[in-house]
Design a protein. Sequence first.
Length: 257
Amino acid sequence: MKKLISWIIRRVPRKYLQIISPLALKVLAIFYRGNKVHCPVCSKNFKKFLPYGRGESARNNALCPNCLSLERHRLMHLYLKEKTNFFNDQLKVLHIAPEACFIKRFDKMPNLDYITADLESPLAKVKMDVHDIPFDANTFDVAFCNHVMEHVDDDIKAMSEIHRVLKPGGWAIIQVPFIAEGLELTYEDANITSPSERFKAFGQEDHVRMYGTDYGIRLQQGGFEVIEDDYVMHLDKALVEKYSLPSKEIVYLCKKV
């Protein structure tokens, strides 16, 4: 199963995966019935989650077969419920590169004016380039943009655009993958352009940089006040295992002062 899923996500373009994978995984969910793990996003239980990832980096117990949440999505859902006003206050929200596990759920929430945007995704309401967001300054209370900055040409410009469209006092969660443990400075090289070279350098064919622990500083360069929250590290270990959460992931809460 791990090899099959790895092959699919490497060969099938993301925009097509977003259309066909929900139906395919609904069938697989039947064979994963159980009570060992729990998805806090869709509130379903399974004997385990599906594997997910590319090649040797594929992870076991990662993908919820019902809602398609991954470890980072389940962590974000818990974080939003426990540490933000997202589920209670009236908020105008911009969700860039929206994740399938969140779209319908957030869209139905009566307290949200929820707008999805992406350059390619067929699931998004607005087609846009994150380098040039087509909304006025001070429009949104909240923005999400996860696992996007490693793909864009100018991440600081993209960050500053998200900062621009947030209202003063607004906040964003902007997550990126950290591939090389202990990497201090973000590694990027504009001369690396071929998919094979990018895979070797950055860990994925369509990545243009590998982030280091200076990521918070780069977000500050985009205009944000940044809180690097180690929330998951303070959760009960049994809960982290039950939800299959990324045990070391820092949540980057970005505020517009």
